[in-house]
Design a protein around this ligand. Structure first.
Ligand code: NZQ
Ligand code: ZN
Length: 388
């Protein structure tokens, strides 16, 4: 049942080939000090940096750069960013990059003035921010996380071997995001494909929870079908604008709170994947792909009606004359075929996980209780073993 809720997503989106034209107007809403956050330099190689800095100059902004945000941003980098944001008295944090850069910008936003250890406060104690927040805007260059229109921020602590996400409230969502599908054309194929699976996992983790007749599930099925269709085109023809723009838009709606409405939501695949990430620093979407099939095959009997619906409505499995279990299982077979066809990583060994990490991986996996099956530690271990 949908239940009662208030819905607001405050992020303003500029989408399409001329999306960056929206930046100028947005910049006018904030003071002169802008902290420009980006990653390892892809934006300098593909020209996005030049385009963004030209607009910042035109708007007379005082720009402080905070570069080198790594994929899976670390707690050390976060502490450094907080110092820089305070030193330059940032009126706006402009994140130009993928989910890592956007997540990091949000983490700095809530942490710069929190007067506490941000790792402990937000990622261990899960407290909500009460301090002054620095507004964040994004120019997205990598598609998958949905970070451009949500309050999520995932930080990795290598010393503690933990990768933890905090889903902040709407006051932390980016104020605006610029989504130009052509900005994603220079993504390495591996990253592009990892993003496809991140999107799929976001949708599935909301879809595979609850058993009621919920509008969110119908939307989810549509998003999944669009993703499957467009991903097949994009792997063959990465500069196909129609496919890449559909995927970009799908990614945003996959994780911007809409399809979570009325859903318990699962997120166990993300918990498994984040444990792998904490140990290997592997690419997020691939960590999810590598653990998904053993997980879904394990929980399928506990949510067989929904898995059968998924098989028919998303994968086009013909249910005539078959048992529910058979239909559900064929759906998962089709999903696995698509994953292999796209070229996703199907085991965690390929991501650098080794058998001596097993105990640690099990301990680093948070168990959620909102999916079809609450995993036991032995089941978590078995998923990792099957995925080795
Ligand atoms: O660092 P640069 O040089 O920019 O290179 C990046 C990085 O190496 C590169 N890249 C990005 N755009 C590019 C490009 N290379 C060429 N051309 C472009 N246009 O791609 C690499 C990966 O970037 P990253 O930002 O790490 O990828 P992604 O967007 O997948 O973000 C992953 C992070 O987001 C978190 C993940 O856990 C991970 O830490 N997540 C955030 C979520 C949220 N906010 O709600 C939810 C997700 O489930 C996810 O957990
Ligand atoms: Zn994800």
């Amino acid at each position: 049942m949908l239940g009662d809720f208030t819905y607001c997503n405050p992020t303003k989106l500029y989408f399409g080939k001329n999306a960056l034209d929206g930046l100028k107007g947005e910049l006018g809403k904030y003071g002169k000090n802008v902290m420009l956050v980006y990653g390892g330099g892809s934006i300098k190689r593909n020209g996005i940096y030049d385009k963004v800095t030209a607009i910042l100059r035109e708007c007379g902004k005082e720009v402080t750069e905070d570069a080198g945000v790594m994929p899976n941003p670390t707690v050390e980098k976060l502490n450094e960013g907080c110092e820089r944001a305070r030193a330059c008295k940032a009126d706006l944090i402009l994140a130009v990059g993928g989910g890592s850069v956007c997540d990091y910008a949000k983490a700095v936003s809530v942490s710069a003035y929190c007067g506490d250890d941000p790792w402990q406060k937000y990622f261990i104690r899960f407290e909500e921010p009460t301090c002054k927040l620095i507004p964040v805007g994004c120019v997205l260059t990598m598609v998958g996380t949905g970070s451009e229109m949500n309050g999520g921020s995932v930080i990795t602590n290598h010393a503690e071997k933990l990768k933890i996400g905090h889903v902040f409230g709407e006051e932390v969502f980016p104020k605006f995001s610029v989504l130009d599908p052509e900005f994603t054309y220079t993504l390495p194929e591996y990253q592009m494909k990892a993003g496809f699976y991140d999107i799929m996992s976001h949708i599935l983790e909301q879809y595979f929870s609850g058993e009621d007749d919920n509008t969110s599930d119908y939307i989810a099925e549509g998003l999944l079908r669009s993703l499957i269709h467009s991903s097949r085109i994009a792997v063959k023809d990465p500069k196909n604008y129609e496919a890449r723009s559909n995927i970009m838009w799908t990614a945003t709606w996959a994780l911007n709170t809409l399809i979570a409405k009325g859903k318990a939501t699962d997120w166990e695949v993300h918990m498994l994947g984040q444990a792998v990430g904490a140990y290997t620093d592997a690419t997020h979407g691939m960590t999810l792909a590598a653990v998904s099939m053993p997980y879904y095959r394990l929980i399928m009997p506990y949510g067989v009606d929904k898995f059968a619906r998924y098989a028919v409505n998303v994968w086009g499995v013909d249910a005539a004359g078959k048992s529910k279990e058979q239909v559900a299982s064929e759906g998962l077979d089709e999903m696995e075929k698509w994953m292999r066809e796209i070229g996703l990583v199907m085991n965690i060994s390929e991501l650098g996980a080794t058998p001596d990490m097993l105990d640690g991986l099990v301990k680093a996996t948070f168990i959620h209780e909102s999916g079809y099956k609450v995993l036991t530690p032995a089941e978590v271990q078995s998923i990792f073993e099957q995925s080795m």
